[in-house]
Design a protein around this ligand. Structure first.
Ligand code: ATP
Length: 330
């Protein structure tokens, strides 16, 4: 296995080495290719990611990604959006379930996955900025909708055999198109489905997250709902994600580069470490993935947590504790 490693910017530079140290403790045969990509590189060289970087990544099997700062500069193009397109990582999969001892703001029992279309929708990149108006084209294709619905159904088959299709079809024609395709795919797969308008979903997810299993939706809606879901699950520092395509995959914490705490050594590394767990599951290393899950549980049970979870441990202390548990499970 060849793994491209992209720490990125801000706390990506802290949580990714922490996650790698936990991966290393498993002693697996994985070749790591470190790459400097991101806003820091853009400031230094005028380019956040080069064609050569893309070629190197395409020679790898998958990517482990930290976080990248995206400044509100019209000349700066999002690196992640480009990577998702170049590698055709069409499914963004974000699982949410309570972790041990983590204080939750509302309901205590839930276990759902958001399956977000990752390459089109509002992030199609087709934009026009005029003097007095700005336009973004929202692209929803049959192929894009079919394959994301298919991914959701495959996941649902291994879970509760039910999907919730989230859309705004009462207003947007592109969403009634998306919804109808998802319904067709669910029927073909023998998967039960229900639908929910995105605004009503945002409300219900806070009140009754336990009602949901696999949620499938378009790009922007999935982006917003998954930050909401992270709040329900105890915070951005805990939530991991997988960006999956037919050829490549990229794993990353769902949080950003957190410039407000970058450099302080207090970023929670658990989201990045659980991204490694998702990567191992994708590689078929289910036992090793389980070891990481248990090691994270141990750190949480022992109260070795960063300030975002009410603790006083540093990024390094948390990752060392988790690494110690992984080694101890040999
Ligand atoms: P970006 O511009 O890169 O998206 P951001 O600050 O707008 O960064 P996030 O990085 O997602 O967005 O951070 C949102 C808030 O959550 C910040 O206050 C940040 O400190 C906090 N946060 C995010 N990730 C972590 C983490 N791993 N540990 C602790 N706090 C975190």
């Amino acid at each position: 296995m060849k793994l491209a490693v992209i720490p990125g910017d801000g706390i990506g530079l802290e949580v990714l080495p922490a996650a790698l140290s936990v991966l290393d403790a498993l002693g697996l045969d994985i070749e790591k290719i470190p790459l400097e990509i991101g806003y820091g590189k853009w400031e230094r060289t005028g380019s956040a990611i080069t064609d050569e970087d893309i070629s190197i990544i395409k020679e790898c099997d998958c990517v482990l990604f930290g976080a990248i700062t995206t400044p509100p500069d019209p000349n700066y193009k999002s690196v992640l959006v480009r990577l998702r397109k170049e590698l055709d990582l069409y499914a963004n999969i974000r699982p949410f379930a309570p972790l041990k001892k983590v204080k939750l703001p509302c309901v205590k029992k839930f276990d759902f996955v958001i399956v977000r279309e990752n390459t089109e929708g509002m992030y199609s990149g087709i934009e026009e900025l005029q003097q007095d108006a700005a336009y973004t084209t929202r692209v929803i294709t049959r192929r894009g909708s079919e394959r994301i619905a298919q991914r959701a159904c495959i996941l649902a088959k291994g879970r509760n055999k039910e999907i919730t299709i989230v859309h705004k079809a009462n207003v947007l024609k592109s969403d009634s198109f998306f919804r109808d395709i998802c319904i067709g795919v669910a029927k073909k797969n023998g998967i039960a489905y229900r639908e929910k308008l995105v605004d009503s979903m945002a409300y219900d997810l806070i009140l009754s997250p336990e009602k949901y299993d696999v949620i499938v939706t378009t790009n922007l809606f999935g982006d917003i709902l998954s930050d909401e879901a992270a709040a329900i699950a105890g915070g951005l520092g805990l939530c991991a994600s997988a960006n999956i395509g037919d050829r490549y995959a990229l794993f990353e914490p769902i949080h950003g580069s957190a410039p407000d705490i970058a450099g302080a050594g207090i970023a929670n590394p658990i989201a990045a470490i659980l991204s490694v767990r998702m990567m191992l599951e994708w590689m078929g290393k289910v036992k090793e993935a389980g070891v990481i899950g248990m090691a994270v549980d141990n750190a949480l049970m022992n109260g070795i947590v960063t300030p975002d979870l009410g603790g006083s441990s540093s990024t390094d202390e948390v990752s060392r504790a988790i690494k110690g548990s992984v080694k101890g499970s040999d």
